[in-house]
Design a protein around this ligand. Sequence first.
Ligand code: LRH
Ligand code: MN
Ligand code: MN
Length: 388
Amino acid sequence: MSEPSAVKDALRNQRIETPSWGYGNSGTRFKVFAQPGVPRDPYEKLADAAQVHAATGVAPKVSLHIPWDRVEDYGKLAAHAGSLGLELGAINANVFQDDDYKLGSVTNPDPRVRRKAVDHLLDCVDIMDATGSHDLKLWFSDGTNYPGQDDVAARQDRLAEALGEVYARLGDDQRILLEYKLFEPAFYTMDVPDWGTAFAHCLRLGPKAQVVVDTGHHAPGTNIEFIVAFLLREGKLGGFDFNSRFYADDDLMAGAADPFQLFRIMHEVVRNGGLDERTGVAFMLDQCHNIEAKIPAVIRSVMNVQEATAKALLVDADALGAAQRGGDVLAANAVLMDAFSTDVRPLLAEVREEMGLRPDPVAAYRATGWAEKTAAERVGGEQAGWGA
Ligand code: LRH
Ligand code: MN
Ligand code: MN
């Protein structure tokens, strides 16, 4: 176990990035339930994100999705974020919502569509230059629905070519974070279906390309913590899109469905140096709040990630190492389970109080009256864009 003060320092220093689209209206393809007070533009999304940061003290970064968060002047948006004590985080490129992309974006058989998609990715790097963002997050909905629909290997060639062009455009302190997903919207092949494919492309691109693990993007039963340990060891874990799932890409609150899995993931992160800022692992949320109030749901997710992190930090590394070296299976497992079973809420409450915050972030948020104020002031809130 680390020293208590080191555990607290690590918890104070961890940064959890929240997604702009988590604040907008969302739903499923069956129905979007509009909520009162939902933001009407990216500026109001930032105002909501500032509430999450005010309550938790660890969520100063906000990811944008382009064009969902299109504005005239990105420098102005970044300055506005700064005035709220926030920073703009990852820029997520959206090459999945135009009619042109029916057969794919960067892997489309039509070179005109590929050019359009790559141009959008390059535009996103321009936006990063304007906002000071370091991460270009790429997720491609590209794939096929039927065997024989397109040449699977040729699509990999097109993907590699597109990624190469974007990679060449990156500044020194910018990187590509490549995200994979098993299925959806394509149902037969996805062009980046798994971490191995993402890893292979990133490896070829070079040190400024890393893999993003979205916890909802695997086949049921996949051992995600193994992937995390492997990628960290290779220096290729760029970050997480945290959310939870019961079935597929459910995008529910992080840590809600399987807190034990989140703990196991954070254990590999802690054990393999992923909490060290220099490793550059971005702890992002990627979730949509369809039926629950959005800001408290984001706060809850931040707290769940913190709780999993705290438990992982409490693992007695010496005892674990001794049990592992001695081949004592049960003792090793008990060390992990002891940490997982610890109630870390008092520890986190203490950390927050030492940071000058209220011990219970959800109660702190409710006490602000922000929900009532925005419900009265904001009319006709925006759709998140996704799941809409
Ligand atoms: C795809 C995904 C990806 C998108 C986001 C809206 O399922 O996880 O990260 O950018 O959802
Ligand atoms: Mn994602
Ligand atoms: Mn997803």
